[in-house]
Design a protein around this ligand. Sequence first.
Ligand code: NAP
Ligand code: ZN
Length: 362
Amino acid sequence: MVKTPEQEHPVEAFGWAARDTTGHLSPFNFSRRATGDEDVRFKVLYCGICHTDLSSIKNEWGICTYPIVPGHELVGEVTEVGSMVKKTNVGDRVGVGAVVGACHDCDNCNNDLEIYCPKMVLTYSSIYHDGTVTYGGYSDTMVANERYIVHFPDNMPLDGGAPLLCAGITMYSPLKYFGLAEPGKHIGIVGLGGLGHVGVKFAKAFGAKVTVISTSPSKKDEALKQFGADSFLVSRDHDQMQAAMGTFDGIIDTVSAVHAISPLIDLLKSHGKLIMVGAPDKPLELPVYPLLMGRKLVAGSAIGGMKETQEMIDFAAKHNITAEIEVVSMDYVNTAMKRLAKNDVRYRFVIDVGNTLAATRP
Ligand code: NAP
Ligand code: ZN
């Protein structure tokens, strides 16, 4: 007999799930595994809403199976640890990002790059090692192997820190890996959304000169005054783009929709790097000639490994970097998704799971 999500595991769990491509979320009973020897269990207190959650519940990339409990920026307080857990104690403030499993044996895993392991397991809508479906952070409890647990320093707030678990590491990792986390580099951040705004903060903390490249002139003041960007380019303003040609060492593109990258390649100096982290649902056009003329590089990057994620959180705590958030209740989630789709969030929704989920039980 096939077990229902409620019957699969011994521990009761409750969250909100999407059941079909409308992406509408509603209350959902399921279950979580018992705390294994290497596992950490925690009560979820907050969970960020990443644009990936929106694309997933609508199955825009065609890789998800329903029901989907989204959420891969979840934080909370540890309630139980397995017998072989080494660095985590009951009561600790912890979080989980986009990944909860990998083979731990391949070249990628041995280099602390679980995200690039062929057997990598995503936090939701993925098949775990035991054959069951993974469910994310729009839920009351979480259990994960300790390797995927991120420890929050004392001065890092749980609500404003939650988005760093995906948005933060997705910007931090390419800045470091591609040699862009250096004083004096001119870095462009395309798209001032959840990822983009923390990208500005990290790039500034690395000592770079940062320019936001945006379709929303209304975000200029916040970009410059609140996030510390040095300048702001409106990508639809041809004259502004023309004047900035050939001035960037690196550009991180966070745009979630199909868009032209040719104007961004033109912004790069020779040997400049355009790093794609946004995930549009259709291929983008790649003009080759402008790449040749200047030995420019276009690359991609996905979140980051677990060791680097901890390093990023510790760095953020040291430099007082948190996300700019709008905290919402669980029953607001469908409205939040609609607003996110319309680019109407400054700059990340975070669900107050701890205080508002229980009241939504049918
Ligand atoms: P978000 O908060 O919606 O931000 C995306 C930003 O892109 C918007 O704020 C907007 O900035 C800009 N934008 C939106 N539509 C646009 C359009 N049609 N043309 C040009 N610019 C547009 O989303 P997010 O949570 O930051 O996620 C961004 C993307 O990264 C998503 O595709 C997500 O799935 C992906 N992602 C990838 C990874 C990874 O590991 N690589 C991790 C997390 C998320 P302006 O108003 O400033 O133009
Ligand atoms: Zn994400």
